[in-house]
Design a protein around this ligand. Structure first.
Ligand SMILES: [Zn+2]
Length: 119
C-alpha cells in the first residue's frame, strides 16, 4: 500500500513536469513567432547603420536621415523583442520570465528561477 502511494506520487510529479515542458515549448514557439519579425527589424537597423558608417559634419542630410532610420529601427526592434519575450517567455510553473544575467536561453533545460524541468 505504501509502495503504491509512493508510486502514484512519483507519477503525479512526472505528469506535472511533463505538462510544464509541453506548456513551455508552446510558449517558446509563440514567443519566437511573435518576435522574429522584430529581430529582422533590429538586424535591418544594424545593416543600414553599417552601410551609413560614421556620421560627422561632412555627412549629407540624406546620410543623416538614414542614420536616424537605422537608430530608430534598431531601438524599435530591440524594444519590441524584449517586450514580447517579457510577456510570453515565462515559466508555466512560477510565471517568471525565463532569463538569466547572461541573457535569454533559447533552449533551457530547466527554469532558472524555480528549477522545473523543461525537457
Ligand atoms: Zn519557474
Amino acid at each position: 500500500m505504501r509502495g503504491w502511494f509512493l508510486y502514484s506520487l512519483v507519477r503525479q510529479h512526472n505528469r506535472i513536469v511533463n505538462e510544464c515542458a509541453l506548456e513551455f515549448s508552446a510558449r517558446r514557439t509563440k514567443t519566437w513567432q511573435k518576435s522574429w519579425p522584430w529581430i529582422v527589424v533590429t538586424f535591418a537597423g544594424f545593416g543600414i547603420g553599417a552601410i551609413v558608417g560614421d556620421l560627422d559634419d561632412s555627412s549629407t542630410a540624406m546620410l543623416w536621415s538614414f542614420g536616424a532610420l537605422s537608430m530608430g529601427l534598431t531601438m524599435l526592434g530591440i524594444y519590441m523583442t524584449v517586450r514580447i519575450v517579457r510577456i510570453h517567455y515565462r515559466c508555466p510553473k512560477c510565471e517568471k520570465v525565463v532569463s538569466t544575467w547572461d541573457g535569454v536561453p533559447v533552449a533551457p533545460k530547466e527554469c532558472p528561477h524555480c528549477g522545473v524541468s523543461f525537457r
